[in-house]
Structure formats: C-alpha cells, structure tokens
Design a protein around this ligand. Structure first.
Ligand SMILES: O=C(O)c1cccc(C(=O)CC[C@H]2O[C@@H](n3cnc4c(=O)[nH]cnc43)[C@H](O)[C@@H]2O)c1
Ligand SMILES: [Zn+2]
Length: 349
C-alpha cells in the first residue's frame, strides 16, 4: 500500500470516490449550522451560536477538554425531534461526500439520562435512517457505545437498550465503548460486551487512543473486539501489530482527531505508516468531523499523503473500509464494484 506515486492533488478523486465510514460519532457530527441552531434554541447553554466563535470553542487543549466540550453539545440534544434532525442532517453531510454506508456511533445513555424517552429516541434514529436511505441513498447502521467514564450504570443501561428485543433498533449492528480511557479499565465492561455479543452484535471498542497497547490487548482478549477504535498506541508493540495483522483485526484510524485531542503530537508522527507496513488492515475515518475541522474526504487526503498513495492506493483504502464493515456480503460486493468502476473510469485515458 505504500511507496506508490502520489497524485498531485488527490482531492478531486477522493471527493467522487464511493466510501464507507466506520468510526463517526452521532453528536460529534453535528455541523456548525445544527449546533448554532440548537444553541439558539437553548440560550441557557454555553455553546456559542456564532459559527466563528464555534471554531474557537472547538479548539481543544487535551482529550479531557474535548470530552467537556463534547458533553456541552450533548446537552443541546433535548427532544426526540432534536435527535431526528441531527441524525438526518448527519446523513445528508455523509451523502455529500459520497459515503454510501456508515456505522454511526450513538451513545443512547447520554440522551436517556437527560430525559429523552427511550422509545421515542429509538423511533427518532430509525425514522431518520429510513428517510436518509430513501432520499440520499446512504445506508446507516448504528453502534451503541458505553460512555465508560460514566461508570457501570451506563454500561448496564447501554447493554439493556441494545439487547431488549422491544427496544433494539433494526439498524443496530455493533456495541462499543468510548470516552476517556485513563482510569477506565476495559476489563470491567466484559459482562456487558458478553451480553451484546450473545445478542448478535459486533464488538468495536475504542482502545489505545489515549493509553498504551495493553488497553488494545484488553479490548481484544476481554471484550472480544472485532475492530479497534483508533488503536493508535498499537504501534508501540510489534507483537500486537503482528497479532492485528494475522487475525485481520482492522484499526479505525482517525488521523486529524488524534491531533485535535493531542493524542498524537503531529500528523507526520502519526503511526499509520507503521500500521500499513505491518500489514494491519487500516481504515480511514473522521470521528467527530466538525469538531475537528475535517471531514472524511480530508481524512483520505491526509492518509494518501502520509502513506504516499496514488489513486489505486486510495481506492484500496476505501476497499478496506468495505471489507472491515458489517455490511452483508452482497452489500460489500456491490460497494466494492462501485469503487472499482469509479477508479477505472477516473484512470481511463
Ligand atoms: O453523558 C453523560 O452523562 C456522560 C457522563 C460522563 C462521561 C461521559 C462521556 O465520557 C461521554 C464520552 C462521549 O464521547 C464520545 N466520543 C466522541 N469522540 C470520541 C473519541 O474520539 N474517543 C472516545 N470517545 C469519543 C463517546 O461516544 C461518548 O459519547 C458522558
Ligand atoms: Zn471515536
């Protein structure tokens, strides 16, 4: 995947490339327009309504500061209609970037504990999912994540919402774990992941974003992770890299996020090259795009630069996301054909 001749400007190719997004947060995808609109509706909030002030507000000193700001935006989502609007608008933004399939990480606990009725919450996301697929052609699926720092109460609530047949939404495919890692050991969440896995959900915890490779090992052995959110510190452990490569455990790499939260000092120090060199299946993702001043297309351009990829290499990255997704086999084949056809047409003389 490395050492190819990079196209001079890959942006135009990337902009039209059909893509899958596997690591993007629901509230973290609220565009400045949506955030401003919600902030204006709820003037008691400290979130600025002016998009320029918002850019300053979305400048983070460290990961803890990022979570503090993130939760102030969560506080703006107060009604099922807010939830529906946000979900639908996120799908519109994804469709504009030619994202055909996205697994959106949602934290239902943060909404239900703030008083949104659980049935109404599920109906709102499902209604938006169906409308987005019909109107934009983008297929959405859900990952429900535990906000780890909120404790085992949040794990219990998330597992209940994800596994109760009367509540569990049709679009739910996976179970995750987010929030800070420091002081939040992964093994304590094993019983909740066991329940989710027994109910047919895939395991996709964040790990190794702000802590060392031992957290990634815990995610693999205790939480039976099938993909790793970030996994940045895996690069510090050659045995772990070999394990990820051998067992085809993909990493959901989000380069700009890692800079914005100060998990990595500089893009040129990002370990994505080590991942690719070790044969790990790398997928490119945007995490919380408006908060980090990026989008999925920009993340592909960053990855192309760091890995020195030409158009075929970039298309291979897009193919990795399809392979690592929880789409069914027919859906994977269809999207892979679309990526290949687009690339061949682009490169045709
Ligand atoms: O909702 C609450 O009341 C609450 C109470 C205590 C702690 C929390 C959280 O820690 C929520 C974290 C929130 O952050 C989301 N997120 C977005 N991007 C990332 C990321 O790059 N790494 C980890 N977490 C991230 C996550 O999905 C949670 O919703 C909440
Ligand atoms: Zn994330």
């Amino acid at each position: 995947m490395t050492d190819q001749r990079a196209p001079r400007d890959p942006h135009a190719f990337i902009a039209g490339l059909p893509k899958a997004e596997l690591h993007v947060h629901h509230v973290g995808s609220a565009s400045p327009r949506i955030v401003s609109e919600l902030a204006a509706r709820h003037p008691d909030s400290k979130v600025p309504t002016d998009p320029e002030a918002l850019a300053d507000y979305f400048t983070f000193t460290d990961f803890a500061h990022f979570i503090e700001v993130y939760l102030s935006v969560v506080d703006l989502i107060r009604t099922p209609e807010d939830v529906r609007l946000l979900t639908y608008e996120v799908a519109r933004d994804l469709a504009r970037q030619q994202v055909r399939y996205a697994e959106l990480t949602i934290t239902p606990f943060s909404s239900t504990r703030r008083g949104i009725d659980e049935r109404a919450f599920m109906d709102a996301i499902e209604d938006a999912r169906k409308a987005a697929e019909a109107e934009f052609g983008t297929v959405l699926r859900w990952c429900f994540d535990i906000p780890g720092e909120a404790g085992l109460e949040s794990a219990e609530e998330t597992a209940r919402l994800a596994t109760d047949d009367r509540l569990r939404p049709e679009g739910l495919v996976s179970f995750g774990l987010g929030g800070p890692e420091i002081g939040v050991p992964r093994p304590q969440f094993k019983p909740y992941f066991d329940r989710a896995i027994a109910a047919g959900l895939h395991s996709v915890p964040h790990a190794g974003e702000t802590t060392g490779p031992e957290t990634v090992w815990d995610a693999l052995t205790e939480l039976r992770a099938e993909r790793i959110g970030h996994g940045t510190s895996s690069a510090q452990d050659p045995k772990l890299l070999a394990h990820l490569a051998e067992h085809r455990i993909p990493l959901e790499v989000c380069p700009t996020s890692n800079i914005a939260t100060r998990a990595v000092r500089d893009l040129d120090e990002h370990p994505i090259k080590e991942f690719a060199r070790a044969g790990v299946l790398v997928t490119i993702n945007s995490d919380d795009p408006p908060m980090f001043g990026t989008d999925l297309n920009d993340e592909y351009a960053v990855a192309a630069r760091l890995l020195g990829l030409d158009e075929r290499g970039i298309a291979e990255l897009a193919g990795n996301a399809v392979r690592a997704s929880f789409l069914d086999e027919a859906g994977k084949a269809r999207l892979t054909r679309e990526i290949d056809a687009y690339t061949e047409t682009w490169l045709a003389p």
